[in-house]
Design a protein around this ligand. Structure first.
Ligand code: ZN
Length: 165
């Protein structure tokens, strides 16, 4: 986890904590009623939880700025707004560790540089799969587009449902 180090470090600690807590689950369950202990469906749950969180926080492993490096030149004189609507995303609220998910719309007014639409979707994913708040995610995405393309303007709109609200 070298990218975005302070938050990556926090996520790494969180992940280890969750993994550690889940390791305790089997012994905790051994004091639970037999029908809980013996349930087949719970046996692999600690490992599955650890793996799932590894994926949900996998955005720290992706450098969004690197994704945007291979922009396409040739947009000189192109003065129409580029609009990518309704990019789906799934994120984790850093206050409650609860999911929030929805769609992001990105618009920018190019100034000689444009980027493939799939790149923007990957940028959204890279920021979403971190411990986030919706406001910071919005700013992160817009700054990433700003840094990479230096457009005349950029706008990011995120609509999301938060399970913690
Ligand atoms: Zn929350």
């Amino acid at each position: 986890m070298s990218v975005d180090s302070p938050r990556a470090a926090a996520a790494s600690i969180l992940l280890r904590t969750i993994q550690g807590a889940m390791v305790e689950v089997p012994s905790t369950l051994s004091t639970a009623p037999p029908h809980v202990v013996l349930r087949e469906g719970l046996r692999e749950t600690p490992a599955r939880v650890a793996k799932a969180w590894d994926h949900w926080l996998g955005g720290y492993e992706i450098d969004p700025h690197a994704l945007m490096k291979s922009f396409e030149d040739g947009a000189e004189g192109y003065d129409e707004m580029v609009l990518v609507k309704d990019i789906p995303f799934y994120s984790m609220c850093e206050h409650h560790l609860a999911p929030f998910f929805g769609r992001a719309t990105i618009g920018y007014l190019p100034q000689g540089k444009v980027v493939g639409l799939s790149k923007l979707a990957r940028v959204v994913d890279a920021y979403a799969r971190r411990l986030q708040v919706q406001e910071r995610m919005t700013v992160d995405i817009s700054q990433c587009v700003m840094n990479a393309l230096a457009p005349l303007g950029v706008g990011v709109l995120i609509r999301a449902r938060h399970l913690c609200m």
